[in-house]
Design a protein. Sequence first.
Length: 244
Amino acid sequence: MIGLPEAITACLFDLDGVLTDTAALHEIAWRRTFDEFLATRADGDRSPFTKHDYTAHVDGRPRADGVRTFLTARDVRLPDGDPDDPPDRATVNGVGNRKNDLLLAIIAERGVEPYPGSVAYLRAARDAGLAIGVVTSSANGAHVLDAADLTQYVRARVDGLTIVRDGLRGKPAPDSFLAGAAALGVAPAATAVFEDALAGVTAGRAGGFGYVVGVDRADQADDLRERGADVVVDDLADLLETST
């Protein structure tokens, strides 16, 4: 009784906002990064970073893609720079590295907590014999899984490091989810995708996955359905009470 069609044999979970509460920490880190950066600029729209900016431009995307997408929306253009640019350099990678430094500091201060309903669902999926993978745009996927004590459930992980290493397109392209299905040895049609980000739901639908679960952590249920979610829940534990 895990609320999925019988044909589904594997699950691919986004991490931040689906399994752990770290999406809120990402949002804080992005806000501080962009507000501080825009205050140094003479060009573009320098108004404060908002919740809408987070969901529309950076949520679910690889870090550099998020920087590019948001700054483009603010009419700011930066060179990409290099992946190891220092966090004070005015490049896409420099801004992204500043955000990552802030995120790691926030995680060190506050810790990482998994959603109890998500832990219950992971246990139920594992006990039902489903293969479990995590697909996240974050380069800190392994660190967050370990900190939340969730690594024990995960058979395959595709994260931001994988995306860069293998030259995958980030969400909303389906590449990272397709890589996750391949790592589990299952066909997309037999795999369920679990996402809280609009870009992630779009990626799941674009990849031809058998079932797409939208997790509504940001009061955007209608938008998740519009992007292609087959079902939208407030918490993964809600699926344990249904049968599809």
